[in-house]
Design a binder for this molecule. Structure first.
Ligand SMILES: *Cc1c(COP(=O)(O)O)cnc(C)c1O
Length: 389
Protein backbone atom coordinates (compact mmCIF):
# COMPACT_ATOMS: atom_id res chain seq x y z
CA UNK A 1 0.00 0.00 0.00
CA UNK A 2 1.44 3.34 -1.03
CA UNK A 3 0.30 6.87 -0.48
CA UNK A 4 0.65 9.50 -3.19
CA UNK A 5 3.23 11.79 -1.61
CA UNK A 6 1.69 15.04 -2.88
CA UNK A 7 -1.70 14.40 -1.23
CA UNK A 8 -1.80 14.96 2.53
CA UNK A 9 -2.96 11.95 4.50
CA UNK A 10 -6.41 12.26 6.07
CA UNK A 11 -6.21 10.48 9.41
CA UNK A 12 -9.09 8.55 10.92
CA UNK A 13 -9.16 10.92 13.94
CA UNK A 14 -7.38 14.05 15.19
CA UNK A 15 -7.71 15.92 18.48
CA UNK A 16 -8.92 19.54 18.38
CA UNK A 17 -6.88 21.49 20.93
CA UNK A 18 -7.43 25.25 20.97
CA UNK A 19 -5.52 28.22 22.34
CA UNK A 20 -7.65 28.28 25.50
CA UNK A 21 -6.69 24.70 26.34
CA UNK A 22 -3.01 25.52 25.75
CA UNK A 23 -3.12 28.72 27.83
CA UNK A 24 -4.84 26.90 30.72
CA UNK A 25 -2.20 24.14 30.65
CA UNK A 26 0.62 26.71 30.69
CA UNK A 27 -1.08 28.56 33.56
CA UNK A 28 -1.42 25.27 35.43
CA UNK A 29 2.23 24.36 34.88
CA UNK A 30 3.28 27.73 36.28
CA UNK A 31 0.82 27.60 39.18
CA UNK A 32 2.77 25.23 41.38
CA UNK A 33 -0.09 22.69 41.49
CA UNK A 34 0.08 20.18 38.64
CA UNK A 35 -1.52 17.03 40.01
CA UNK A 36 -5.12 16.64 41.23
CA UNK A 37 -6.20 19.98 42.69
CA UNK A 38 -8.22 23.10 41.89
CA UNK A 39 -8.41 22.58 38.12
CA UNK A 40 -9.69 19.05 38.56
CA UNK A 41 -12.25 20.23 41.10
CA UNK A 42 -13.41 22.87 38.61
CA UNK A 43 -13.53 20.34 35.76
CA UNK A 44 -15.73 18.06 37.89
CA UNK A 45 -18.07 20.94 38.79
CA UNK A 46 -18.25 22.06 35.16
CA UNK A 47 -19.02 18.48 34.13
CA UNK A 48 -21.97 18.18 36.55
CA UNK A 49 -23.20 21.57 35.33
CA UNK A 50 -22.87 20.42 31.72
CA UNK A 51 -25.09 17.44 32.51
CA UNK A 52 -27.43 19.88 34.23
CA UNK A 53 -28.27 17.71 37.20
CA UNK A 54 -27.41 19.08 40.64
CA UNK A 55 -27.77 15.64 42.25
CA UNK A 56 -24.87 14.17 40.30
CA UNK A 57 -21.40 13.43 41.64
CA UNK A 58 -18.81 13.76 38.86
CA UNK A 59 -15.42 12.22 39.61
CA UNK A 60 -12.44 12.73 37.33
CA UNK A 61 -10.16 9.75 36.77
CA UNK A 62 -7.15 9.09 34.57
CA UNK A 63 -9.06 6.91 32.07
CA UNK A 64 -12.50 5.51 31.38
CA UNK A 65 -11.03 2.09 32.02
CA UNK A 66 -10.14 3.24 35.55
CA UNK A 67 -13.62 4.69 35.94
CA UNK A 68 -15.32 1.47 34.87
CA UNK A 69 -13.11 -0.49 37.26
CA UNK A 70 -13.95 1.88 40.14
CA UNK A 71 -17.69 1.83 39.40
CA UNK A 72 -17.78 -1.97 39.41
CA UNK A 73 -15.62 -2.19 42.54
CA UNK A 74 -17.84 0.29 44.38
CA UNK A 75 -20.88 -1.72 43.25
CA UNK A 76 -19.46 -4.71 45.11
CA UNK A 77 -18.67 -6.86 42.07
CA UNK A 78 -16.27 -9.68 42.95
CA UNK A 79 -15.36 -13.34 42.49
CA UNK A 80 -18.32 -15.57 41.64
CA UNK A 81 -20.30 -12.72 40.10
CA UNK A 82 -21.25 -12.37 36.44
CA UNK A 83 -21.42 -9.12 34.50
CA UNK A 84 -23.17 -8.99 31.13
CA UNK A 85 -21.86 -6.79 28.33
CA UNK A 86 -21.73 -6.61 24.55
CA UNK A 87 -19.19 -8.53 22.49
CA UNK A 88 -19.06 -5.54 20.13
CA UNK A 89 -16.90 -3.24 22.22
CA UNK A 90 -13.33 -2.39 23.14
CA UNK A 91 -11.72 -4.85 25.53
CA UNK A 92 -11.60 -2.22 28.32
CA UNK A 93 -15.35 -2.62 28.92
CA UNK A 94 -14.87 -6.28 29.78
CA UNK A 95 -11.35 -6.42 31.23
CA UNK A 96 -12.31 -4.45 34.33
CA UNK A 97 -14.71 -7.24 35.30
CA UNK A 98 -11.79 -9.65 35.29
CA UNK A 99 -9.67 -7.25 37.42
CA UNK A 100 -12.24 -7.95 40.16
CA UNK A 101 -12.22 -11.72 39.65
CA UNK A 102 -15.78 -11.74 38.33
CA UNK A 103 -16.82 -13.31 35.03
CA UNK A 104 -17.84 -11.60 31.81
CA UNK A 105 -20.90 -12.83 29.94
CA UNK A 106 -20.82 -11.50 26.39
CA UNK A 107 -24.00 -11.07 24.39
CA UNK A 108 -24.81 -10.13 20.81
CA UNK A 109 -25.87 -6.76 19.44
CA UNK A 110 -29.07 -5.46 17.89
CA UNK A 111 -28.21 -5.50 14.15
CA UNK A 112 -30.01 -2.20 13.59
CA UNK A 113 -28.31 -0.11 16.29
CA UNK A 114 -25.11 -2.15 16.87
CA UNK A 115 -25.74 -1.62 20.60
CA UNK A 116 -26.27 -4.40 23.14
CA UNK A 117 -29.35 -6.57 22.40
CA UNK A 118 -31.55 -6.24 25.49
CA UNK A 119 -33.41 -9.49 24.74
CA UNK A 120 -30.01 -11.23 24.71
CA UNK A 121 -29.20 -9.63 28.06
CA UNK A 122 -32.43 -11.00 29.51
CA UNK A 123 -31.67 -14.49 28.18
CA UNK A 124 -28.17 -14.37 29.73
CA UNK A 125 -29.27 -13.54 33.30
CA UNK A 126 -28.43 -16.24 35.85
CA UNK A 127 -28.54 -16.28 39.67
CA UNK A 128 -24.89 -15.09 39.57
CA UNK A 129 -25.58 -12.01 37.42
CA UNK A 130 -24.85 -8.80 39.34
CA UNK A 131 -24.49 -6.10 36.72
CA UNK A 132 -24.92 -5.16 33.08
CA UNK A 133 -22.72 -2.76 31.11
CA UNK A 134 -24.31 -1.24 28.01
CA UNK A 135 -22.09 0.62 25.52
CA UNK A 136 -23.53 3.56 23.60
CA UNK A 137 -21.84 2.38 20.44
CA UNK A 138 -20.44 5.09 18.13
CA UNK A 139 -22.31 7.71 20.18
CA UNK A 140 -25.84 6.35 19.69
CA UNK A 141 -27.67 5.56 22.93
CA UNK A 142 -28.33 1.91 23.73
CA UNK A 143 -31.94 0.91 24.36
CA UNK A 144 -31.96 2.15 27.96
CA UNK A 145 -35.77 2.44 28.05
CA UNK A 146 -35.92 -1.37 27.92
CA UNK A 147 -32.66 -2.19 29.68
CA UNK A 148 -33.14 -0.11 32.85
CA UNK A 149 -36.52 -1.65 33.84
CA UNK A 150 -35.17 -5.13 33.05
CA UNK A 151 -32.16 -4.54 35.31
CA UNK A 152 -34.38 -3.16 38.06
CA UNK A 153 -36.67 -6.22 37.91
CA UNK A 154 -33.66 -8.50 38.35
CA UNK A 155 -31.84 -6.37 40.93
CA UNK A 156 -28.88 -5.77 38.60
CA UNK A 157 -26.52 -2.80 38.72
CA UNK A 158 -26.22 -0.83 35.49
CA UNK A 159 -22.85 0.73 34.68
CA UNK A 160 -22.95 2.61 31.37
CA UNK A 161 -19.84 2.64 29.20
CA UNK A 162 -20.37 6.11 27.76
CA UNK A 163 -16.88 6.36 26.24
CA UNK A 164 -18.48 7.37 22.91
CA UNK A 165 -21.45 9.26 24.31
CA UNK A 166 -20.62 12.89 25.06
CA UNK A 167 -23.06 14.45 24.36
CA UNK A 168 -25.70 11.81 23.59
CA UNK A 169 -29.34 11.93 24.60
CA UNK A 170 -31.67 9.03 25.28
CA UNK A 171 -35.38 9.80 25.50
CA UNK A 172 -34.44 13.49 25.63
CA UNK A 173 -32.12 13.08 28.63
CA UNK A 174 -28.35 13.36 28.42
CA UNK A 175 -26.47 10.11 28.93
CA UNK A 176 -25.01 10.56 32.41
CA UNK A 177 -28.38 11.61 33.87
CA UNK A 178 -30.29 8.36 33.31
CA UNK A 179 -31.42 6.04 36.11
CA UNK A 180 -28.34 3.82 35.99
CA UNK A 181 -25.93 3.29 38.90
CA UNK A 182 -22.95 4.95 37.23
CA UNK A 183 -21.92 6.30 33.83
CA UNK A 184 -18.33 6.50 32.63
CA UNK A 185 -17.01 8.87 29.95
CA UNK A 186 -13.63 8.74 28.19
CA UNK A 187 -11.35 11.63 27.30
CA UNK A 188 -8.86 9.50 25.38
CA UNK A 189 -7.13 11.29 22.48
CA UNK A 190 -9.59 10.20 19.77
CA UNK A 191 -12.83 10.58 21.72
CA UNK A 192 -15.41 13.39 21.24
CA UNK A 193 -13.48 15.52 23.72
CA UNK A 194 -10.05 14.82 25.15
CA UNK A 195 -7.68 15.45 28.02
CA UNK A 196 -4.98 13.31 26.35
CA UNK A 197 -5.87 10.49 28.70
CA UNK A 198 -8.72 10.81 31.18
CA UNK A 199 -12.25 9.89 32.15
CA UNK A 200 -15.19 10.90 34.31
CA UNK A 201 -17.42 8.74 36.49
CA UNK A 202 -20.87 10.11 37.19
CA UNK A 203 -23.31 8.76 39.76
CA UNK A 204 -26.28 9.92 41.81
CA UNK A 205 -25.54 7.37 44.54
CA UNK A 206 -23.71 9.12 47.41
CA UNK A 207 -22.32 5.88 48.85
CA UNK A 208 -21.00 4.79 45.46
CA UNK A 209 -19.43 8.23 44.99
CA UNK A 210 -17.75 8.08 48.39
CA UNK A 211 -16.23 4.66 47.67
CA UNK A 212 -15.02 5.76 44.23
CA UNK A 213 -13.42 8.90 45.72
CA UNK A 214 -11.53 6.80 48.26
CA UNK A 215 -10.50 4.06 45.84
CA UNK A 216 -9.30 6.35 43.05
CA UNK A 217 -6.47 7.56 45.30
CA UNK A 218 -4.89 4.69 47.25
CA UNK A 219 -7.87 4.02 49.52
CA UNK A 220 -7.09 7.23 51.42
CA UNK A 221 -10.07 8.80 53.10
CA UNK A 222 -9.26 12.34 51.93
CA UNK A 223 -7.50 13.42 48.78
CA UNK A 224 -4.23 15.32 48.76
CA UNK A 225 -5.89 18.55 47.74
CA UNK A 226 -8.20 18.48 50.76
CA UNK A 227 -5.29 17.72 53.05
CA UNK A 228 -3.23 20.69 51.89
CA UNK A 229 -5.98 23.22 51.44
CA UNK A 230 -8.23 22.46 54.39
CA UNK A 231 -8.73 25.38 56.78
CA UNK A 232 -6.63 23.51 59.32
CA UNK A 233 -3.86 21.94 57.25
CA UNK A 234 -3.40 18.39 58.29
CA UNK A 235 -0.70 15.80 57.70
CA UNK A 236 -2.98 13.08 59.02
CA UNK A 237 -4.75 10.59 56.76
CA UNK A 238 -6.10 7.11 56.97
CA UNK A 239 -5.82 4.24 54.51
CA UNK A 240 -9.04 2.28 54.66
CA UNK A 241 -8.60 -0.03 51.64
CA UNK A 242 -5.93 -1.08 49.11
CA UNK A 243 -6.98 1.53 46.56
CA UNK A 244 -5.75 2.46 43.10
CA UNK A 245 -3.78 5.33 41.51
CA UNK A 246 -6.51 6.59 39.21
CA UNK A 247 -6.63 10.36 39.89
CA UNK A 248 -6.61 12.88 37.02
CA UNK A 249 -3.90 15.56 36.97
CA UNK A 250 -4.67 19.29 36.89
CA UNK A 251 -2.67 19.48 33.65
CA UNK A 252 -5.20 17.15 32.03
CA UNK A 253 -8.17 18.85 33.69
CA UNK A 254 -6.95 22.21 32.33
CA UNK A 255 -7.48 20.79 28.83
CA UNK A 256 -10.81 19.24 29.83
CA UNK A 257 -12.28 22.49 31.17
CA UNK A 258 -12.02 24.09 27.72
CA UNK A 259 -12.83 20.98 25.69
CA UNK A 260 -16.08 20.65 27.65
CA UNK A 261 -17.08 24.22 26.73
CA UNK A 262 -16.75 23.20 23.08
CA UNK A 263 -18.58 19.85 23.42
CA UNK A 264 -21.83 21.02 21.82
CA UNK A 265 -20.00 22.73 18.96
CA UNK A 266 -17.91 19.60 18.46
CA UNK A 267 -21.09 17.51 18.35
CA UNK A 268 -22.61 19.81 15.73
CA UNK A 269 -19.47 19.65 13.58
CA UNK A 270 -19.44 15.86 13.77
CA UNK A 271 -23.17 15.62 13.00
CA UNK A 272 -22.69 17.86 9.94
CA UNK A 273 -19.95 15.61 8.57
CA UNK A 274 -22.06 12.51 9.27
CA UNK A 275 -25.00 14.08 7.41
CA UNK A 276 -22.78 14.82 4.40
CA UNK A 277 -21.56 11.22 4.38
CA UNK A 278 -25.13 9.90 4.72
CA UNK A 279 -26.33 11.91 1.73
CA UNK A 280 -23.30 11.04 -0.40
CA UNK A 281 -23.52 7.29 0.22
CA UNK A 282 -27.31 6.89 0.01
CA UNK A 283 -27.19 5.20 -3.42
CA UNK A 284 -24.15 2.97 -2.74
CA UNK A 285 -24.34 -0.70 -1.71
CA UNK A 286 -23.78 0.20 1.93
CA UNK A 287 -25.68 0.52 5.18
CA UNK A 288 -25.18 4.01 6.62
CA UNK A 289 -25.17 4.39 10.42
CA UNK A 290 -28.41 4.11 12.38
CA UNK A 291 -30.01 7.43 13.28
CA UNK A 292 -31.15 8.29 16.81
CA UNK A 293 -34.84 7.89 17.67
CA UNK A 294 -37.32 10.68 18.43
CA UNK A 295 -34.98 13.59 17.78
CA UNK A 296 -32.36 12.35 20.23
CA UNK A 297 -28.78 13.55 19.86
CA UNK A 298 -26.00 11.29 18.56
CA UNK A 299 -22.46 12.15 19.68
CA UNK A 300 -21.03 10.82 16.39
CA UNK A 301 -17.80 9.55 17.92
CA UNK A 302 -17.65 7.13 14.98
CA UNK A 303 -19.08 7.00 11.47
CA UNK A 304 -19.44 3.29 10.81
CA UNK A 305 -20.28 2.21 7.28
CA UNK A 306 -21.28 -1.40 6.52
CA UNK A 307 -20.95 -2.97 3.09
CA UNK A 308 -23.92 -4.73 1.52
CA UNK A 309 -23.32 -8.22 0.20
CA UNK A 310 -23.62 -6.93 -3.39
CA UNK A 311 -20.73 -4.45 -2.90
CA UNK A 312 -17.96 -5.18 -5.37
CA UNK A 313 -15.19 -4.94 -2.78
CA UNK A 314 -14.67 -6.65 0.53
CA UNK A 315 -14.24 -4.50 3.61
CA UNK A 316 -10.50 -5.20 3.64
CA UNK A 317 -10.19 -4.23 -0.04
CA UNK A 318 -12.10 -1.01 0.60
CA UNK A 319 -9.79 -0.09 3.50
CA UNK A 320 -6.75 -0.80 1.30
CA UNK A 321 -8.20 1.32 -1.50
CA UNK A 322 -8.88 4.21 0.84
CA UNK A 323 -5.44 3.94 2.35
CA UNK A 324 -3.92 4.09 -1.14
CA UNK A 325 -5.93 7.28 -1.67
CA UNK A 326 -4.37 8.73 1.49
CA UNK A 327 -7.32 8.12 3.79
CA UNK A 328 -7.08 6.43 7.18
CA UNK A 329 -9.84 4.14 8.43
CA UNK A 330 -10.37 1.85 11.35
CA UNK A 331 -12.64 -1.00 12.43
CA UNK A 332 -14.70 -0.77 15.61
CA UNK A 333 -14.43 -3.38 16.79
CA UNK A 334 -12.87 -6.76 16.30
CA UNK A 335 -15.52 -8.34 18.54
CA UNK A 336 -14.35 -9.68 21.86
CA UNK A 337 -15.54 -13.18 20.98
CA UNK A 338 -12.77 -13.29 18.33
CA UNK A 339 -10.02 -12.09 20.68
CA UNK A 340 -7.86 -14.97 21.92
CA UNK A 341 -8.20 -14.20 25.63
CA UNK A 342 -12.01 -13.89 25.63
CA UNK A 343 -12.57 -16.63 23.05
CA UNK A 344 -10.44 -19.15 24.93
CA UNK A 345 -11.50 -18.27 28.46
CA UNK A 346 -15.21 -18.62 27.68
CA UNK A 347 -14.94 -21.04 24.72
CA UNK A 348 -16.79 -18.60 22.49
CA UNK A 349 -17.75 -19.23 18.88
CA UNK A 350 -18.71 -16.72 16.23
CA UNK A 351 -22.08 -18.45 15.67
CA UNK A 352 -23.12 -17.38 19.16
CA UNK A 353 -22.88 -13.73 18.04
CA UNK A 354 -24.28 -13.70 14.48
CA UNK A 355 -25.14 -9.99 14.35
CA UNK A 356 -21.82 -8.78 15.73
CA UNK A 357 -19.93 -11.19 13.47
CA UNK A 358 -21.90 -10.14 10.38
CA UNK A 359 -21.43 -6.44 11.12
CA UNK A 360 -17.72 -6.84 11.94
CA UNK A 361 -16.96 -8.52 8.61
CA UNK A 362 -18.55 -5.66 6.67
CA UNK A 363 -17.77 -2.53 8.71
CA UNK A 364 -15.25 0.26 8.65
CA UNK A 365 -15.04 3.60 10.46
CA UNK A 366 -14.41 6.57 8.16
CA UNK A 367 -12.46 9.72 9.18
CA UNK A 368 -14.59 11.89 11.45
CA UNK A 369 -13.07 14.73 13.45
CA UNK A 370 -13.93 18.35 14.06
CA UNK A 371 -10.89 19.80 12.28
CA UNK A 372 -11.89 18.02 9.07
CA UNK A 373 -12.58 20.65 6.42
CA UNK A 374 -15.18 20.42 3.63
CA UNK A 375 -12.47 19.55 1.09
CA UNK A 376 -11.27 16.64 3.21
CA UNK A 377 -14.83 15.36 3.67
CA UNK A 378 -15.25 15.57 -0.11
CA UNK A 379 -12.02 13.65 -0.69
CA UNK A 380 -13.30 10.82 1.51
CA UNK A 381 -16.67 10.87 -0.29
CA UNK A 382 -15.03 10.84 -3.73
CA UNK A 383 -12.71 8.00 -2.78
CA UNK A 384 -15.50 5.85 -1.34
CA UNK A 385 -17.69 6.52 -4.37
CA UNK A 386 -14.86 5.75 -6.80
CA UNK A 387 -14.20 2.43 -5.08
CA UNK A 388 -17.81 1.33 -4.56
CA UNK A 389 -19.90 3.23 -7.12
C1 LIG B 1 -12.06 4.29 24.56
C2 LIG B 1 -12.99 3.29 25.18
C3 LIG B 1 -12.83 2.83 26.49
C4 LIG B 1 -11.62 3.14 27.30
O1 LIG B 1 -11.41 4.48 27.46
P1 LIG B 1 -10.00 4.95 28.11
O2 LIG B 1 -10.28 6.34 28.55
O3 LIG B 1 -8.99 4.86 27.01
O4 LIG B 1 -9.70 4.04 29.22
C5 LIG B 1 -13.78 2.00 27.02
N1 LIG B 1 -14.83 1.61 26.30
C6 LIG B 1 -15.03 1.99 25.03
C7 LIG B 1 -16.24 1.53 24.30
C8 LIG B 1 -14.09 2.83 24.42
O5 LIG B 1 -14.25 3.19 23.14
Amino acid sequence: MTTTPSIPFIPFALPDIGDDEIAEVVETLKSGWITTGPKTRRFEQDFSAFLGDAGLHAMAVNSATAGLHLALEASGIGPGDEVITTTHTFTATAEVVRYLGADVVLVDIDPATLCIDVAAVEAAITPRTKAVMPVHYAGLAADMATLLPLARRHGLKVIEDAAHALPTTCGGQLVGTLESDATVFSFYANKTMTTGEGGMVVTRDAALAKRIQVMRLHGINRDAFDRFTAKVPSWYYEVIAPGFKYNLTDIASAIGIHQLKRAHAFQQARADIAARYDAAFADLPVITPPQPLHGDSHAWHLYVLRLDDEARLTRDELIEGLYAAGIGCSVHYIPLHLQPYWRDRYQLQAQQFPHSQHAYERMLSLPLYTRMGPAEVQRVIDAVRALLG
